[in-house]
Design a protein around this ligand. Structure first.
Ligand code: PMP
Length: 274
């Protein structure tokens, strides 16, 4: 495991965050999680492009160019020596005496590189159970903000009941998971919430939509409600770490056992890096 703070590599346990760091005091910052397969970061360009978009959305000036960021990430991977890794990186609005409005400070970049949280093959085959929860987040969910309190609470509710994910529902519409996007399949058409401000525009989501089209599977970016989700033929979540993960149970409803479309997409996704 290796870490980086501000301008140098540090030990992951080293105490480096000043108490008046705005990430620490306000959650004033943005982040990304990147999966590394066999030493190579997967869809790095896409993650850095989204980081840049999140930065622009919160009026944060990036401390490094994308080229410099890429070099730091690659150096971190080399130093860690971990081939199957996840890179967590964040940028905050810097260090300054506490005040709400933006300080005259430089943004701070930090990063950890660690062994990926592997998902059990049995879970990948059997699917996860999910619970539906009211989406109580703000209305700018397309920004990958450090403010994850609603996601943390939702994830805890799911985990404490033995569920694999919490799925948010806003005004009856299924938006996304606490740390994933969600898809439902009905009559051979794949549905997912449109890429509005109400969801994170998942990198995995976009790639899976592309793979579906390559397989001539119809995809509709069309919002659906919880009744639709509970009556669908197949459902799955996507994320950088979980990849394409089938949903077996929604609340108290068990979905059908056969998942031809999900299985095809999961296999195609894995084929991209193996
Ligand atoms: N939605 C939310 C709220 C997330 O936290 C994540 C995980 N980053 C996703 C969707 C999936 O995004 P990605 O495929 O880019 O990992």
């Amino acid at each position: 495991e290796i870490a980086f703070y501000q301008n140098r590599f540090v030990d992951v346990d080293e105490k480096v965050i000043p108490i008046q760091e705005r990430g620490h005091q306000f959650g004033d910052g943005i982040y990304e999680v990147i999966r590394v397969y066999g030493g190579t970061p997967f869809m790095l360009k896409e993650h850095l492009a989204r980081l840049e978009k999140s930065a622009a959305a919160i009026e944060l000036e990036m401390p490094y160019t994308l080229h410099e960021l890429e070099a730091i990430i690659m150096e971190g991977l080399k130093r860690s020596g971990i081939p199957e890794a996840e890179v967590y990186l964040q940028i905050t609005r810097g260090i300054s005496s506490r005040q709400h409005h933006y300080p005259d400070a430089s943004a701070v970049y930090s990063m950890t590189v660690r062994e990926v949280r592997a998902i059990d093959e049995k879970i990948r085959t059997d699917g996860i159970s999910v619970i539906l929860l009211e989406d109580e987040r703000w209305l700018n969910c397309y920004i990958k903000s450090l403010n994850l309190l609603p996601n943390v609470i939702a994830k805890q509710k799911a985990a404490s009941g033995g569920h694999g994910e919490a799925i948010f529902v806003r005004d009856g519409i299924v938006t996304e998971g606490a740390s994933s996007n969600i898809f439902a399949v009905k009559d051979n058409v794949v549905y997912t919430h449109p890429a509005t401000k109400r969801i994170l525009h998942g990198i995995t989501r976009a790639k899976v939509m592309e793979l579906a089209r390559l397989q001539s599977v119809a995809v509709k970016e069309q919002a659906f409600d919880e009744v639709f989700l509970k009556q669908c033929d197949e459902a799955f979540i996507t994320s950088t770490i979980s990849e394409v993960l089938p949903i077996a149970v929604v609340d108290d409803v068990t979905l059908p056992n056969e998942r031809p479309i999900t299985d095809g997409l999961a296999a195609a996704y894995r084929h991209l890096f193996s």
